[in-house]
Design a protein around this ligand. Structure first.
Ligand code: KIV
Length: 287
């Protein structure tokens, strides 16, 4: 029997060297984290997308450090093998290097293995500051949801030469600043392939095609659990849990309406003459 080891940065680098792709899923709670771990998933992102998937927010902008601390604490408890990346939420790192290091430290002290932040060249000093504090930083480029307003919505990135040049400058800058690996969101596959030629560290993708070292998928999307307006083309649906859950709730309500639940097998019983004593006492009560 092979003993399964915890995924670490050297393991991820080795996978890239050996051309072996990694599987990466989001999780925000204990049970999903446990299921991912037991399924042999390599990495978990505790994404600020939890604001949308778990809290019903329309974007990630109002997700706080407190929200992320709660999500990260639950996920860390659920997994002992996955490499866990904690997402730095909006305005937890944009203002200063000090904020960035302090907040990254909070996620690491919970038990995350790395932190992720969005942005390119302009985030170089943040990435270096966090790295110098001994914390691995993951860069997130392409479609960066914390800049949704600036981007004008969920749009495919890197579709012009100017946009490609910017992505190339950004990925080079964040790699030089110390980013241990990169996540590229919503970029055409051919453009990803061109960027891939210029990075040394692992490059993972979400909606960015196959020329990458592994894929990230939002668990709610692949499980058919997301309740909201965003329905990206790049998601493959592996289950339709919303229908399964709704059907179970409808069946339960039906049982209640028809007095079919609970049944005998769901009841606790009472031993000896204790029942008689209780009934006698109850009958005397308030007489
Ligand atoms: O928060 C998240 O899940 C993310 C993905 C959208 C890449 O950052």
């Amino acid at each position: 029997m092979t003993v399964r080891k915890k995924i670490t940065l050297p393991v991820l680098r080795n996978r890239k060297k050996n051309n072996k792709k990694i599987s990466w899923l989001t999780a925000y709670d204990f049970s999903t984290s446990r299921f991912a771990d037991e399924a042999g998933i390599d990495m978990i992102l505790v994404g600020d997308s939890g604001g949308m998937t778990m809290m019903g927010k329309s974007s990630t902008i109002s997700v706080t450090m407190e929200d992320m601390i709660m999500f990260c604490t639950s996920v860390v408890k659920g997994s002992s093998h996955c490499f866990i990346v904690g997402d730095l939420p909006y305005m937890s790192y944009q203002v200063s290097d000090e904020d960035a290091v302090r907040n990254a430290g909070k996620l690491m002290s919970i038990g995350c293995d790395a932190v992720k932040l969005e942005g390119g060249i302009e985030m170089s000093s943040r990435i270096t500051a966090i790295t110098n504090a001994g914390i691995p930083v993951v860069s997130h480029l392409g479609l960066t949801p914390q800049s949704l307003s600036q981007m004008g919505g969920y749009k495919v990135q890197g579709k012009s030469l100017a946009s490609f040049k910017k992505l190339l400058d950004d990925i080079t800058a964040v790699e030089n600043a110390g980013a241990v690996f990169h996540l590229l969101e919503c970029v055409p596959e051919e453009v990803t392939g061109e960027l891939y030629k210029h990075v040394k560290n692992p490059l993972y993708g979400i909606g960015s095609g196959r020329h990458v070292d592994g894929q990230l998928v939002i668990s709610h999307d692949m499980l058919g659990l997301f309740v909201g307006d965003v329905d990206p083309k790049f998601v493959k649906k592996y289950a339709d849990l919303s229908s399964i859950i709704k059907k179970a709730f409808i069946n339960y309500k039906d049982d209640i309406d028809k007095n079919l639940f609970p049944e005998d097998k769901h009841l606790y019983s009472i031993e000896g003459d204790d029942l008689k004593k209780i009934q006698d006492y109850s009958n005397q009560f308030n007489k």
